[in-house]
Design a protein. Structure first.
Length: 710
């Protein structure tokens, strides 16, 4: 049982408060678990309520200590089904990060390689402070603000138009001349001073509420004390009542372009000027930088300025100025090749390591996690950090009881970077990494050359199963609204959902769920509706949702585009088991699918339990073919093309990326199925093979003309 906490909240020191909030977060989570999932509460309802009340009371007194994982942060966030989904005209991407001049130089080198620019060709960038807020997409038609959406998964966001209208920085009507239809992207954020005032006001309201609770009075709505400016901005934009949003001190800075009916500028710098002329706020600190050296100088200057700015920034975004070059460079995965976020150095702190936990992931990877005394690292209270893997623990000689140095770089999970050896307790023992799975007891093995030890239990391991289910239902996969990690765990533990297909048979268990605390008729109906809505999903999401190792969203898309239907994909993956078979060659010929990925796929389909689960799922869900990449109106749409030899006017990378953008499938070897072979200088056997098979060949000039490259 919980040790009684006699110390009144008013008497706690800040340090004691931080410790207790950490303990309370864990303890409340534990009791929720016992109560909701195991049906075995260890304390009375009154005792449980007292824990929550104490948590709230401490937070009200120390608002700066509110933890991102605090039980109080669960409530208040608007249910996401309250907002309609909208598809962005063009995807909203994220950015790759670099952390030093070397990595930035590598980013520049990649641009030069791709565009085949000489090494001394100067690259002009626009540097913009990277504000940590919430990115949004604003649609204007004939200069009138029509709709605004959150980023969501990058493809679809939530329609928060009514709330965004309340932000003073957002022009409801554009000034001057503008394209008839244009998407403008920007960041909604809260300034530091506004955040502190807002947080304190929320804390005061929370304290008052606690007082009412103490007196046994009626409580009204829960009050959320935001943990940081980002959460405050995001929570404010996602309010159900726009009047609440209107009362929040939100700002908006515009910085990027989405879909547009006509090009509004030739350079990003000019585009920013147009944004300003239209009536947007742009960042006055943004600069046009003539070279990499200028960028490095700007980075240093911004790092210096950071603390004195009115808002939080975590780095600088560098965007290649020429929009024609941006267009040629395009994207890889979810990030553009033409922009990068150069993050400031990570923030560090030291604290005590209390334990090393082993977590089992979706693919069986055993990941060690440090459990530490809570510590504030750059404004965020941290209690857990990753220890990466077995070798890392040994290399750094991390022991339980040690004082460890942890750091948080950008938005990544905090990590343990080292140990303060002088502070090591005498009895600290080296950590022994388990060789069996803590969840199912199966052997955990490490393949040659692999850093990770994996549970061999596969689908018999409950940890792997539940992680796969979480992944399956998650937003980027099947995107089943209301089926977040907690609910998946609950349904799994209650035995209602053991495999993906079970989710779609959950309606048979409505009666059981009705018996659960907090599971009213409405909630159940909502969940079941959300599940029904996902019986048809795009094929690429379906593939990604299976959680096959190495098959991320980008690879899932490649596979979905190539194979079109589940039946075809399934048959070909089984046939591909035989090395040298036509199906295996076909798989290997897909641009972007390397041998390691092919191996993973073949292995997945070779496992009867996986096939059974897949077939069971296919009885419940219908994957729908996805549209080819782009511009159907091109002579290359739907065609298979091969490039060979050296091109004079563009790099192979650029040519292949362009062909894909024109709807072509780019492969590496020539076969009967090839439609075009583009032959550069010094082409070898592929050109000969094309001639032999009668495949049409194009010179570089012909290719440029057909592809309409100016
Ligand atoms: S441009 C392809 N510009 O950073 C262009 N993003 O990691 C992608 N952000 O989701 C976005 N300041 O929330 C861009 N000046 C800026 C930015 C910025 C902050 C955020 C934004 C985005 C994230 C990408």
């Amino acid at each position: 049982m919980t040790p009684p906490r006699s110390k009144p909240v008013e008497a706690l020191t800040e340090e004691e408060a931080a410790e207790e909030l950490a303990r309370l977060a864990a303890e409340i989570a534990h009791h929720r678990d016992l109560y909701y999932r195991q049906d075995a509460p260890a304390i009375s309802d009154a005792e449980y309520d007292a824990l929550e009340a104490r948590n709230a009371a401490i937070e009200a007194r120390f608002p700066a200590l509110v933890r991102a994982d605090s039980p109080s942060q669960r409530v208040g966030a608007a249910p996401s089904e309250a907002f309609a989904k909208v598809r962005h005209g063009e995807p909203m991407l994220s950015l790759d990060n670099v952390f030093d001049a070397g990595e930035f130089a590598e980013f520049c080198a990649r641009i030069r390689r791709f565009l085949r620019l000489p090494a001394d060709e100067p690259l002009r960038f626009v540097g913009e402070p990277k504000i940590d807020g919430l990115s949004i997409n604003l649609l204007y038609e004939d200069g009138v603000f029509i709709r605004g959406a959150t980023r969501g998964d990058g493809i679809e966001g939530e329609d928060v138009t009514a709330n965004l209208r309340t932000i003073a920085d957002l022009p409801l009507r554009l000034k001057g001349t503008f394209p008839s239809r244009i998407e403008v992207r920007g960041e909604v954020f809260m300034e530091k001073a506004d955040f502190l005032a807002f947080r304190d006001a929320q804390a005061a309201a929370a304290a008052e509420r606690e007082e009412r609770r103490r007196r046994g009075e009626k409580l009204g709505e829960a009050v959320v004390i935001p943990a940081n400016p980002r959460n405050a901005a995001a929570g404010s934009v996602r309010q159900l009542d726009p009047r609440v949003t209107a009362a929040r001190p939100l700002r908006l800075i515009a910085y990027a372009m989405g879909a547009a009916s006509e090009a509004p500028a030739e350079t990003h710098w000019d585009y920013l000027a147009r944004l300003k002329a239209w009536g947007f706020r742009t960042n006055p600190l943004s600069r046009l930088l003539d070279s990499e050296a200028d960028a490095a100088a700007f980075q240093a200057a911004m790092a210096e300025k950071r603390a004195s700015l009115g808002y939080d920034i975590d780095g600088v975004v560098y965007k290649l100025d020429r929009l024609d070059w941006q267009a040629r460079l395009g994207f890889v995965g979810r990030a553009p090749r033409w922009a990068v976020a150069w993050k400031f150095p990570a923030e560090q702190a030291t604290t005590k390591l209390l334990a090393i936990e082993i977590q089992v992931g979706r693919t069986g990877a055993l990941t060690p996690r440090a459990v530490m005394e809570p510590v504030n690292v750059g404004g965020v209270v941290v209690r857990h950090a990753t220890l990466h893997n077995e070798d890392e623990i040994a290399r750094k000689d991390v022991r339980v009881g040690d004082t460890v140095i942890i750091q948080r770089a950008g938005d990544v999970i905090p990590q343990v970077v080292g140990v303060v050896k002088e502070k090591r307790p005498k009895d600290a023992k080296p950590f022994v990494f388990p060789t069996t799975c803590p969840a199912c007891g199966s052997h955990a093995i490490r393949d040659e050359g692999e850093a990770v030890r994996r549970c061999t239990g596969g689908l018999i391991c409950p940890a792997q199963r539940v992680e796969r289910l979480k992944h399956f239902a998650s937003r980027r996969a099947m995107d089943i609204e209301g089926l977040g990690e907690e609910n998946v765990e609950l349904l799994f533990r209650e035995g209602l959902v053991k495999a993906p297909a079970d989710i779609f048979r959950l309606h048979r268990h409505a009666a059981t769920m009705r018996g659960w605390e907090g599971w009213g008729e409405r909630r159940i109906a909502k969940l079941l509706d959300a599940i029904e809505a996902r019986r048809r999903v795009p094929f690429d999401r379906f593939i990604f949702a299976l959680g096959i190792r190495r098959i991320g969203e980008a690879n899932a898309k490649l596979l979905a585009r190539h194979y079109h239907t589940l039946d075809e994909w399934r048959a070909k993956m089984i046939a591909a088991r035989i090395v040298g078979s036509e199906a295996r060659e076909e798989l290997g010929s897909i641009q972007g699918i390397g041998p390691a990925i092919a191996e993973e796929l073949v292995e997945f389909f070779a496992e009867p339990r996986n096939l059974a689960a897949l077939d069971d799922l296919a009885r419940e869900v219908t994957p729908e073919p996805i549209a080819p990449e782009a511009a159907i109106e091109s002579p290359f749409a739907g065609k298979t093309v091969v490039f060979t030899g050296t091109l004079a006017t563009m790099t192979r990378d650029e040519a292949e990326a362009m062909a894909e953008r024109l709807g072509a499938k780019v492969t590496k070897s020539v076969s009967k199925k090839t439609d075009f072979v583009i032959v550069g200088a010094d082409a070898g056997s592929k050109a000969a093979k094309a001639a032999e098979l009668g495949v049409r060949t194009l010179t570089e000039q012909e290719w440029r003309e057909m592809a309409a490259i100016a």
